[in-house]
Write a protein that binds this ligand. Sequence first.
Ligand code: NAP
Length: 289
Amino acid sequence: MTAAQTILKVGVTGYPLSHTVSPAFQQPAFDHYGIPAEYRPYPVTAEALPALIAQLHDTEWLGLNVTIPYKEAVITLVDRCTPTAETIGAVNTLFKKEGSLIGDNTDAHGFLTALRTDGATDPSGARVLLLGAGGAGRAVLVALAQAGASHITLANRHRERAEKLLDSLAAALHAQQTAVVDWQSAEAQAAAKAADIIVNSTAVGMAKGPAPDLSPLPSSVFRSGQVVFDLVYTPSLTPLLRLAQQGGARTLDGLPMLVYQGAAAFERWTGMPAPLKLMKAKAQAALGT
Ligand code: NAP
């Protein structure tokens, strides 16, 4: 008789977790290497979160992805954060190293890798208009600062949130010229026309989101030579990207970033190179894109 094999635990926590695509592309990556792990959703209430995170010290756990609304709350539950997670002020990946539970953030890496690889664009020296000042916007700002964008203009529906975000990241953004403009104002349109790169990190245009049929910018601002990156990944062609394409801009949807941030997490957990092609194909299949 052989001893039963231990199935390693790994997954994603958040609340609620009804729409997570992560299991669809993470599980095949473990299976690809024959790693006996089960990646599954762990939807827990805020009260139950500390107990779940405490379990991660057990040897059967590899780690965890963290999503809305716990990206900030887990910071107080880990032994330490990576410098990137500290700067962003949010954690999306928990992994273990030499007995310590570490909080990392792979969103900035995912964003930059998607922009450089799939978007064929280096933000170094670029003028950028960033729409949105939520959690994803925060990671994008840190990524743009790290990559050396020269000008960053920020527009958010609630302007004061954008101002607070820039203030809180002032140290990271020391080499950038930054500005805040009103949401959907003439200044925002002028900044869009002048931008080399436009990034949407709002939920506008997201299927089943607050404004699925709207574009945050009108068609008149787009031109050839621009790159328009929408972090939204359902649908793959958002109203923003459709107008940007009609205006001659190059476009990039949120799926590559989603896969790269997950791939970086997989590498933290396993020490193996993530099977990117497989993960991308599985994510596309799960999203029907
Ligand atoms: P969040 O922290 O809740 O922030 C939401 C953002 O959307 C805020 O800037 C908010 O503006 C804005 N917003 C929401 N409804 C709006 C509306 N009706 N009109 C204008 N602005 C509106 O969420 P998040 O984590 O930053 O995620 C934002 C988007 O990025 C989501 O669609 C998410 O799926 C996507 N995302 C993609 C990836 C990826 O890997 N591709 C990673 C992370 C996030 P206010 O501050 O004014 O409310």
